[in-house]
Design a protein around this ligand. Structure first.
Ligand SMILES: NC(=O)c1ccc[n+]([C@@H]2O[C@H](COP(=O)([O-])OP(=O)(O)OC[C@H]3O[C@@H](n4cnc5c(N)ncnc54)[C@H](OP(=O)(O)O)[C@@H]3O)[C@@H](O)[C@H]2O)c1
Length: 252
């Protein structure tokens, strides 16, 4: 049976671990050539080797997308080396939690730089290519999937700036969705709940200690990759605008 994404190209940011790595593998298994962007080249090379061993096509892009030039270059290299861009998965993100009072300001800066500006740089560079893919690509439709969070719907004590960045991702996504709907560039927002990845490990030890006790049931990265894969394989006339996914036992 023909695979739905055959002949298309997807760029996944934050593909070196967690949800991004699982998503890149899932899209490759649907036939997409995948460009893998992140800072840890060795991890990207490992994933690329796995994808190629399955008969897929993978391009490694060592990029820090908080630098505008590197984000733009990741998009442009995808198009130059894989021929086109049909799907952008804006996944790279950072979650640094804890009280706002006395929080290290650089943690706030890093989240805004990656979760907001990094995503915007990639989106901005990708839009013309996605429009072109929707006009003359094999599926006549293109996708941008922006990864938000349950925290993009509900702000809680201790997650203020992370929530700020994810609420912003939601607002930008909805506005862009309206702008590009008639061009057949679909913009989707995915809002995962607790998922077992490296995300929490970047917190300071004192914060990690205090959030560890709140860890309950967690999904696998593959569960979110399934959802993203579902979104981008819908027929041309169906757009999944938003998907909120929690582990069954997660109440808030
Ligand atoms: N896990 C959860 O419970 C959960 C829940 C809701 C939403 N999310 C969202 O899901 C997305 C993926 O997170 P994850 O859970 O899979 O966490 P993760 O395992 O920590 O993955 C984060 C990815 O972002 C990349 N990244 C970090 N800084 C970067 C930079 N400057 N330039 C390029 N890439 C960079 C990392 O790669 P390098 O370090 O190699 O650059 C890594 O591949 C994030 O947007 C996160 O907010 C996760």
């Amino acid at each position: 049976m023909a695979r739905v994404l055959e002949g298309t190209t997807a760029l996944v940011t934050g593909a070196s671990s967690g949800i991004g790595a699982a998503t890149a593998a899932a899209l490759a298994s649907q036939g997409a050539a995948v460009a893998l962007a992140a800072r840890r080249k060795d991890r990207l090379e490992e994933l690329a080797a796995e994808i190629r061993a399955q008969g897929g096509t993978a391009l490694v892009l060592e990029s820090d997308i908080t630098r505008e030039a590197e984000a733009t270059a990741a998009v442009e290299r995808t198009v130059a080396e894989l021929g086109r861009l049909d799907t952008l998965i804006n996944n790279a993100g950072l979650m640094l939690l804890g009280p706002a009072a006395d929080a290290p300001l650089d943690e706030w800066q890093r989240m805004v730089e990656l979760n907001v500006l990094g995503l915007l740089y990639c989106a901005h560079a990708a839009i013309p290519h996605l429009q072109r893919a929707a006009e003359d690509g094999p599926r006549h439709v293109a996708d941008m999937v922006n990864i938000s969070s349950v925290a993009g719907r509900h702000a809680r004590n201790g997650n203020g700036v992370y929530s700020l960045t994810k609420f912003g991702v939601g607002a930008f996504s909805e506005s862009l969705r309206q702008e590009l709907a008639k061009r057949y560039v679909r913009i989707s927002l995915v809002e995962p709940g607790a998922t077992a990845t490296e995300l929490a490990t970047h917190n300071r030890p004192v914060v990690l200690e205090s959030i560890r006790s709140q860890f309950g049931q967690r999904m696998d990265a593959g569960d979110i990759a399934d959802a993203i894969s579902y979104i981008v394989t819908r027929p041309r006339h169906v757009a999944v605008n938003e998907m909120l996914i929690r582990p069954t036992e997660q109440e808030r």
